[in-house]
Ligand binder design. Sequence first.
Ligand SMILES: Nc1ncnc2c1ncn2[C@@H]1O[C@H](COP(=O)(O)OP(=O)(O)OP(=O)(O)O)[C@@H](O)[C@H]1O
Ligand SMILES: [Mg+2]
Length: 253
Amino acid sequence: MSDQPLLIMKGIKKSFGKINVLRGIDLEVDYGEIVALVGDNGAGKSTLIKIITGVHKPDAGEVTYKGNRITLHSVKESRQLGIETVYQERALADQQEMWRNIFAGREITNIFGFMDVKAQRRETERLLREHMGFTSSAITVNSPVKSLSGGEKQGIAIGRAIYFHADLIILDEPTMGLALKETDRVLNFVRGFRDQGKSAIFIDHNIFHVYDVADRFVILDRGTVAGQFTKAEISQDELIANMVHLHHSGTLQ
Ligand SMILES: Nc1ncnc2c1ncn2[C@@H]1O[C@H](COP(=O)(O)OP(=O)(O)OP(=O)(O)O)[C@@H](O)[C@H]1O
Ligand SMILES: [Mg+2]
């Protein structure tokens, strides 16, 4: 661990055609810190995190991760660096069994270089029992992903982040469409992650969830950072009031 934050983004710009979606974003995430990205629909939150995960290449700006300048070309590259993403519309192959999904793209191989199916099943079983918080007895490591609930699908993505020891986990609306209990499970996981000294970027339109789990709030507005506050600097009510004010007037209170 160095004195530098885990992630430093500087002057990030991204356009799609004529639309300037990100207009020069500075964002830092420290070790053991949960940073919430909040802002209206279309503010650029998902686009920004897709730059961190290698889905999009920025038009301008620098990304420094663990003290090194990085230029990502794929999601695979970001995963190799220890960055994992959990999203609602996540890329899980629906027809596949749970154990295949956990290891997709990073299969355990035996000494002959073949996929070690047994080891993958065993590890998935362990994750299922110890970390993913599944309670339904109908679910096994062989269950196809399409038979799982929304919360259980989140559990798989979370299990993957745990198994591969991610240092930075990005959650883009992970509680969308989840029941209370499943939402609690996801929020608990985020808290647990910080307790292990890991970091997260958390995006959620529910300010109650955001305020509960995050240490710092970065407010995005039409592709710029409108403001940022640590939890000590702003109460939940003030954060909500600021968001409402921003929505109506285009400025913070
Ligand atoms: N691949 C793309 N091609 C063209 N435009 C895009 C693309 N991805 C995003 N945009 C546009 O960029 C803007 C920001 O989108 P983004 O998904 O980053 O917003 P967001 O803050 O995540 O919003 P939400 O809260 O609704 O998820 C939107 O106007 C969107 O239409
Ligand atoms: Mg989004």
